[in-house]
Design a protein around this ligand. Structure first.
Ligand code: GRF
Length: 215
């Protein structure tokens, strides 16, 4: 088996996606080594999940810095101590600077709770319900300078159930996220999927559309 890909996971909150990664690594389902869990929030529950799993943690609070640039420079310095080959944003509630994206270009992934390019931004579940959409889901994509707009890799799609609440919909989307994020990260970690010339490529071929898993 190839060397496991050294992976940093960045969180701000509960870290249920982080837990999915921890469980998948434990099971041997993905070939990633979780080298650090980083948070900008010392109270993030995900830090406790990481400690319980014996993964190193790091925390830098954005409130301690005068601007985004100096905060991101501190985060880069902290992450570089662990030499990550992959940076996973898992509910990391900070907008990244161009410098951060450039430093880890092609190595940063995000998961967004909508079928991008529909519904970038916040409050996606309620917006989907308000629009009366039939389908919803989540998207794993490479992170580029533009928020929620980097090349897409994998989507998980579900049918919206009539009358369900935003909370119920969110829970179902999250269950999908826990499956697709690990899979997509493993593709990138193994080199099967890469960012090339601003596009997602799978085994050297440009992906015109993301892979869609239907649930
Ligand atoms: C996920 O729903 C993800 O789509 C969004 O933030 C949420 C993080 O949840 N980017 P958790 O902290 O992994 O539970």
């Amino acid at each position: 088996m190839a060397q496991a890909c050294k992976t940093a996971i960045l969180i701000s909150g509960s870290g249920s996606n982080l837990q999915a990664f921890i469980d998948a690594v434990d099971k041997g389902a993905i070939n990633l080594e979780l080298c650090v869990v980083f948070s900008n929030n010392p109270d993030a529950y995900g830090l406790q999940r990481a400690k319980k799993a014996g993964i190193p943690t790091a925390c830098v609070q954005h409130g301690d810095f005068p601007d985004r640039e100096s905060f991101d420079a501190a985060v880069i310095a902290e992450l570089d101590r662990f030499n990550p080959e992959l940076v996973i944003l898992a509910g990391f509630m900070r907008i990244l600077t161009r410098e951060f994206v450039a430093h880890f270009r092609g190595k940063i992934l995000n998961i967004h709770p909508a079928l991008l390019p529909s519904y970038p931004g916040l409050n996606t579940h309620q917006r989907v319900l308000d629009a009366g959409d039939e389908w919803h889901g989540s998207t794993v994509h490479f992170v580029t300078e533009e928020l929620d707009a980097g090349p897409r890799i994998l989507q998980g799609r579900i049918a919206v159930v009539p009358e369900e609440s935003a909370k119920e919909l969110e829970a179902r989307v999250q269950a999908v996220e826990h499956q697709i994020y690990c899979v997509a990260a493993d593709w990138v970690g193994s080199g099967k999927v890469q960012l090339r010339d601003g596009k997602s490529c799978s085994e050297g071929r440009v992906m015109l559309n993301p892979i869609v898993n239907k649930y």
